[in-house]
Design a protein around this ligand. Structure first.
Ligand SMILES: [Zn+2]
Length: 160
């Protein structure tokens, strides 16, 4: 069992805070099977609030995938309470979620929609921000300023 953190970094303009609508956020990940090294071609998704029963193990998981190449059943889960946020003061990468990985490892991420951005100076709270293009721009009518997020980057880091 390995825990892997997804960390993000971004530039903000008039934005105070960025986070996901967890536990309902859909994490889109490319995965690598650790038994045979097979890497998925498409993105798989998992959601913290959606648990699938694993009858033979008497437990639940967010995502169970049978490897196409070696046939091994691998699992990946969002670690409880692992959701973080990025603020305007963060200049380096910061963890926004940790995955509990069994037999599998995330190798790429796609942000898509479901983010929440809070405008600076008690401005508007934007729901369902779409970061598919790694940037986002809106107009905050409360403060009469443009708000934007750009240069979104991410990386995976093993945690203990
Ligand atoms: Zn495999």
């Amino acid at each position: 069992m390995v825990k892997i953190a997804l960390q993000i970094r971004a530039q903000f303009e008039n934005v105070d805070k960025l986070y996901t609508n967890h536990p309902d956020y859909q994490w889109f990940l490319k995965l690598k099977c650790l038994s045979c090294g097979e890497e998925s071609q498409k993105f798989h998704d998992l959601t913290e609030s959606e648990k699938l029963p694993l009858a033979h193990m008497r437990s639940e998981t967010n995502l169970a995938i049978k490897c196409k190449l070696c046939g091994r059943e691998n699992m990946i889960d969002v670690v409880d309470q692992s959701n973080g946020f990025l603020t305007g003061d963060d200049t380096d990468f910061k963890t926004i979620v940790v995955f509990d990985c069994r037999g599998i490892e995330p190798i790429d991420f796609e942000p898509r929609s479901g983010w929440i951005a809070e405008s600076a100076n008690n401005g508007t709270k934007f729901q369902d921000v779409d970061l598919t293009s790694k940037e986002w721009e809106e107009y905050d009518e409360k403060n009469n300023v443009c708000v934007s997020i750009y240069e979104l980057e991410w990386r995976f880091v093993k945690v203990k």
